[in-house]
Design a protein around this ligand. Sequence first.
Ligand code: FPP
Length: 278
Amino acid sequence: MQNEDVRLAEAQANPYTMPMLKGLDGWLEDGSEEARLALRLDAARLPRHVAVIMDGNGRWARERGLPRVEGHRAGAKSVREIVEASAHLGLEVLSLFAFSTENWKRPAREVQMLMRLLEDYLRKEDRLLMDNDFRLRVLGNKEKLPASLRRELERVELLTRGNSRMTIGLALNYGGRAEIVEATRRILAEGRLKSGDVDESVFSRYLDTAGLPDPDLLIRTSGETRISNFMLWQIAYAEIWITPTYWPDFRKKHLIQALVDFQGRQRRFGETDAGSSS
Ligand code: FPP
């Protein structure tokens, strides 16, 4: 079977994808901007994995004369909307960059508030995750996180580990370089593999994203054109979509727009458009 046929067969087999794109399932208001956009989507060519660098919370707050933490609070509301929208759209994985290995350099009070916000979010949203068959996977090193947040993350990861509709990859204390170094350490510490045994597919099994497909689409909000150490290994062939919209203003219509743009791109994976290797 050709790749496209495989994708179509998978989309048809997915009980969540086709109903949404056929009838919009009552989720999107008839005639709304997002409903019109969604009608342009091809269910057979949706990305499996969308990764998001959520940026602009601080600027959103500053422009309103609010403390930065209010930007993060508003950002958490966008998280809720985008998680739900991603599931309705039939994505398999949504990864969110919530806290980087570099974010510890922020003022201690902001870090503390962010950690508390994340903990509250997990406490409140565990029902939503279970009711919707969502799985939580934490990407990044949990060791340095406050103990209460770590416990909460581990609780929700365990609670949701049998869920299969959509995986939410929450990147916390995450850095792409640190993840690659950590994967190398795991291979060495295990002591089982010889150098000739290690190829790309074996190596990727030691990354935090083991078992997940690589992102097909990387979204960054707030107009910055950097990767900021996010999923350096996994985004090798991802399409990149950047919007000037700040994360707290990011709505499902933006996500759908990103998917429409994604479907208009020609992905080559190193080949020419004729399909032969270049
Ligand atoms: C970047 O904006 C945002 C973050 C570092 C934190 C992301 C956190 C959230 C969206 C809140 C909660 C998350 C979840 C998963 C519930 P910035 O502060 O760097 O903005 P700036 O560049 O405008 O200063």
